[in-house]
Design a protein around this ligand. Structure first.
Ligand SMILES: Cc1cc2nc3c(=O)[nH]c(=O)nc-3n(C[C@H](O)[C@H](O)[C@H](O)COP(=O)(O)OP(=O)(O)OC[C@H]3O[C@@H](n4cnc5c(N)ncnc54)[C@H](O)[C@@H]3O)c2cc1C
Length: 303
């Protein structure tokens, strides 16, 4: 979606929102898939209520993007403008065991910054790409750790009220790759409470998790991590592997040879290729196991 109305362009500039026209979203996503749209970079959280009000007034639909590591976007001209928090100098403020983090911050970097202050607990999350905001949306988790455990407070822009509000951790449900935030909530900052741990011990945990990841995941290929959630008591990757589908492909979208629940873009995969592969694998799993796999990757569809 392109913004061409000079009144709106002027109002965005006055708000301090950076307008980048015609950005290739394939370059902003870890799958390397996605069409083109205008990108609006939010430099100050306070500008969000007015920004959304303006977009609504001008009937411009929008979607919010974090680090782009868990989304599958359509090809071609996208029907939304893309909002993103500016990611240059996100704040991470440590006070005792309490850590206030900007949701634009990189998750992995936050884990290491906290480790240097002898604050641990999040070692398992070290190799999860993307932002703190994306991790909150998904309740990102790995190796027995999930971010929700540490959340004490979240500052969030609520489209429902048009205001920035503060939610206490206890008011938010964090489940397996699902949270109770409204789909149009935009998380801005989070306060985490982390246990004290010596830096050396945290570093050891980080090394172990990194090794496990390197041994099992196609980290040098374009992917969005696991495509499907694990069904209760089962493993999506194991079922896909048992069906002999490693290497199975539609166009350049391919089931990884290394990890059957990672689908990779092996060249110039389109969104249609990836969606066809997802649908094909889901059908085969349904036929063999009677299990309906649910996507973990968030597929942006026109609603
Ligand atoms: C190699 C690889 C390994 C991975 N391993 C894991 C893993 O072990 N565990 C795991 O859980 N995930 C894993 N993932 C998936 C992904 O990294 C996580 O889901 C991550 O938390 C997504 O963050 P993001 O900032 O990239 O979100 P995005 O992909 O940008 O967005 C995902 C969704 O969250 C929304 N969102 C993003 N930021 C905000 C915000 N501030 N406010 C409101 N909504 C927001 C977006 O609108 C979108 O709907 C992996 C991905 C890759 C590529």
């Amino acid at each position: 979606m392109r913004i061409s109305d000079p009144t709106l362009i002027g109002a965005l500039a006055a708000l301090g929102v950076e307008h980048e026209p015609g950005v290739s979203m394939a370059e902003k996503t870890s799958l390397g898939i996605g069409g083109t749209s205008d990108l609006l970079l939010i430099l100050k959280h306070d500008s969000l209520p007015e920004l959304v009000r303006l977009l609504k007034q001008h009937a411009v639909p929008y979607r919010f993007l974090g680090g782009g590591s868990n989304v599958l976007l359509p090809d071609g001209e996208l029907p939304w403008v893309i909002l993103q928090l500016e990611r240059q100098n996100p704040e991470v403020r440590i006070d005792g065991n309490s850590v206030l983090v900007d949701c634009a911050a990189d998750l992995g970097r936050t884990v290491t910054t906290c480790a240097k202050a002898d604050l641990g607990g999040m070692e398992g999350l070290i190799g999860v790409p993307g932002t703190i905001g994306g991790a909150l949306r998904m309740n990102a988790g790995a190796y027995g750790t999930q971010i929700g455990t540490f959340v004490r407070e979240v500052q969030v822009y609520r489209a429902a009220t048009g205001r920035i509000e503060t939610l206490r951790g206890a008011e938010i449900n964090f489940e397996y790759r699902h949270t109770s935030f409204a789909p149009d909530d935009i998380m801005l900052t989070v306060r985490l409470e982390l246990p004290s741990k010596p830096f050396k011990e945290i570093l050891q945990g980080i090394r172990i998790c990194n090794e496990k990841r390197r041994a099992s995941q196609p980290l040098n290929q374009k992917s969005a991590g696991c495509i499907f959630k694990n069904p209760p008591g089962g493993s999506a990757g194991r079922m896909i592997d048992e069906l002999g589908l490693k290497g199975h492909s539609v166009g350049d979208a391919r089931v990884s040879d290394r990890h059957a629940n990672f689908f990779v873009n092996a060249g110039h995969a389109s969104a249609a290729d990836m969606l066809a592969l997802i649908s094909d694998v889901r059908q085969r799993v349904r036929e063999r196991y009677g299990v309906e796999l649910e996507e973990e990757v968030i597929v942006w569809k026109e609603s």
